[in-house]
Design a protein. Structure first.
Length: 457
């Protein structure tokens, strides 16, 4: 166990230290993720984080080659074939991060890298379906390539939030490691295995990358990282089924024969569900399966009202619940394992749809109140001119009056600033309380004119 922990720490340290250089390189060569409609980040972010992860994994595996405990693994070329295939998909991802390759080109590159591993013997050797079922060699190679390509794209699809893909693969790799380590230790005298070694290096690279990638992310892993960790996660599955025969597993005391087939599906449940739903959703809408949208599981978590970091942590919990819930069958009897899995599922459901969500879950926009309040503040201003309506009854007969009289009346009808008429008359108070009661405005004007005529010589 100490040797595996050492490999994990080496991968984490190298990845952590080289991620800063990868970020500077991405900025220099223009490998920047723009702000697209389906994205949740608001500023362009450098990518190429997968390059640092590959360096961490490669350095960790080369370090393991110098440890005597792993000598049986390095007697053949399997580890170097894995490194070569991983480097091929990482380089393919770098090209995609720079020039946006089309889906067919990426699919062909993924198939070639997967076929290289299958051709060199890293493949499914049987299907553990209630016993040992061994198809032909050609069928096994095709199934291996399909399984690896599906895993690569499932991890790529789930890489939509800061730290989501790295955290999910770290948890899935940890479940793989626990299962493969205990399985190999119980069935073999020398319990160093390729599956456990790759899982330890993969978990270390993800852990070392997460401080740079968790929300708010300073760098993205890009396709160079998502395809890399997807291929290595699938390689763990191939290595488990290739090194331990189902007949031996059925005779062991730690797990039933179908567990090697169920565990890969369990630890990849979240990415595979997201991939399947995306393919069905897009094909039903008349789109190609690789055309992007904003309906992934992480988008739906944000739509439920969870914050960015909370959505990522809840999806972590779901991955651990399903992955370790199945792996528990390799550790404890079935009844305690079922109890643990059931309680974890209930907790995950409460975290997902429980009352600890944001305001978006209620359907009320977060900024709706200030926007709706602004038009309401203008209503008193619109109501002010209506206060002059009682005076309009007095000013109605003035339609045939002279211009001087209309100017006086307009001044009287203004509640704030009285106007001085053009005829030079004295200012008339604008308050209705200062007028003689019983007389209207017309009578006041007539009486004023009569008095001025009587004073003339």
């Amino acid at each position: 166990m100490k040797a595996y922990v050492f490999v994990l720490l080496v991968a984490a340290l190298v990845t952590y230290l080289t991620t800063g250089a990868a970020r500077r390189l991405a900025r220099r060569i223009g490998a920047i993720t723009p702000v697209r409609e389906r994205d949740v980040h608001t500023v362009p972010i450098p990518r190429l984080g997968g390059v640092a992860m590959y360096l961490g994994i490669g350095f960790a595996l080369l370090t393991a080659s110098q440890i005597p405990f792993f000598d049986p693994i390095f007697k053949n070329q399997a580890v170097y074939i894995v490194l070569l295939s991983a480097g091929a998909v990482c380089l393919l991802g770098v090209f995609d991060d720079l020039w946006q390759l089309d889906a067919v080109t990426k699919l062909a590159g993924q198939a070639l890298a997967s076929g290289l591993m299958a051709w060199q013997g890293i493949q499914l050797v049987s299907l553990p379906i209630f016993g040992t079922f061994i198809p032909s060699q050609g069928v096994l190679i095709v199934l291996t390539v399909v399984a690896i390509v599906v895993t690569i794209n499932a991890v790529n699809f789930v890489d939509g939030l800061d730290g989501l893909a790295a955290g999910i693969v770290a948890i899935a790799g940890s479940a793989f490691f626990v299962y493969s380590y205990l399985l190999t230790k119980s069935s073999q005298d020398q319990y160093s295995s390729l599956a456990s070694l790759i899982a330890a290096a993969l978990v270390g690279a993800c852990v070392g990358f997460l401080p740079h990638n968790f929300n708010p992310a300073r760098i993205f892993m890009g396709d160079s990282g998502s395809m890399l960790i997807g291929l290595l996660l699938a390689t763990c599955t191939m290595a488990i089924t290739g090194q331990v025969q189902p007949s031996v597993l059925a005779e062991s005391k730690i797990a039933p024969a179908f567990l090697p087939l169920l565990l890969p599906l369990a630890v990849l449940a979240l990415p595979l569900i997201d991939l399947g739903l995306a393919v069905i959703r897009r094909t039903r809408a008349g789109k190609m399966p690789w055309q992007p949208d904003k309906m992934h599981l992480h988008h739906r978590m944000l739509g439920l009202g969870h914050s960015h970091a909370r959505a990522v942590l809840i999806l972590y919990f779901w991955t651990a619940t399903v992955g370790f819930g199945v792996a528990m069958f390799a550790l404890v009897p079935p009844k305690p394992a079922l109890l643990f899995a059931g309680l974890a599922m209930v907790a995950a459901l409460l975290l997902t749809i429980g009352p600890w969500r944001g305001r978006r879950a209620t359907g009320v926009p977060q900024r709706a109140e200030p926007q709706n309040a602004e038009p309401q503040s203008a209503e008193p201003q619109n109501a002010e001119p209506q206060s002059a309506e009682p005076q309009s009854a007095d000013s109605a007969p003035q339609s045939s009056s002279t211009p001087s009289e209309s100017s006086v009346l307009s001044g009287l009808s203004t509640p704030v600033k009285p106007r001085v008429p053009a005829s030079g008359m004295a200012e008339v108070p604008n308050s209705a309380e200062t007028r003689p009661r019983g007389l209207g405005l017309t009578e006041i004007q007539d009486e004023t004119e009569m008095n001025s005529r009587m004073r003339r010589p």
